[in-house]
Design a protein around this ligand. Sequence first.
Ligand SMILES: O=C(O)CCC(=O)C(=O)O
Length: 303
Amino acid sequence: MKRKLLAQITDAHRDTYRRDGVVLIEGAFEPPWIEFLRVAWERIRRLPPEQTYTLPEAFLAQDPALREEISAIRSEHAASRQLYTEQAEGFVRCKYMRWWAPEFHRFALESPAAEIIGRVIGAREIRFFLDAIFMKEPNCSARTYWHADQPAWPVRGEHVPTMWMPLYPVSARLSSLEYLPGSHKTSDHSWPNTFNAKKIGRPADRSEFFDWETRRSDPDVHFLAFDMQPGDAVILHPAMWHGGGANLHPSQHRVALSTRWFGDDVRWDPRPECINIPGMPMAAMERGRPVTQDEIFPVVWRG
Ligand SMILES: O=C(O)CCC(=O)C(=O)O
């Protein structure tokens, strides 16, 4: 499969990303990549719990918080037969696939994703950070809660974009993720919804994420969603508010791959409420230092 860029990344894409914090790249991936990811997802979502999240033993040994989270995911999976439920029927999540499903490792390292990201955000170098899949079955009314990703990342910097790409068509009206363009320019310190944050409990001086559904009919709030075909991708700034994306389609699954990437300005900022990262326990993050751990966060593209 080709790494060559299919879609030309233009100044219009870069300007939109800078202005809105979110940009749609149409035709970013050729059909064989999409088929490859669909087959990979169908394979892993049927695996028994003990064959999922098979992270390197050393990662679990050095990071008790990660070990605890993986065993919670596994036992939830065993109980529900889902990879990691969102406590809502028909909404399945899965993550860290690069470490235990070779197809996702290959996508991270060999697809044009890193170059697309680098050219949109204007970074000299792009490292792979993390991946996740979000699946909603047909007629699944579970919405993704409104949130920004930044409060969950144990880093600071603007170069931590997400690439969100559906593996089947999504429509703005029925199944696409939604965004609040421009919201990346506001700073938000809401308490994230991570495994660690839930365990600690929200301190009194930190708010919950605001529920933008309550402003749905407010003409001053601009909600944006895209009709997308397989192969299209959206790039999101880490501070961009996003949510929604129930799957009201009567027969089509909504399966989206999110990959997260590091660019040039990223510095470690470990906070106990942040996510666990395979291979990078919080104790090993040196506050204020750049990311240099090539084995864990490989450099995939240089401009
Ligand atoms: O696809 C979804 O429903 C959620 C995606 C998301 O929140 C993310 O990728 O950060």
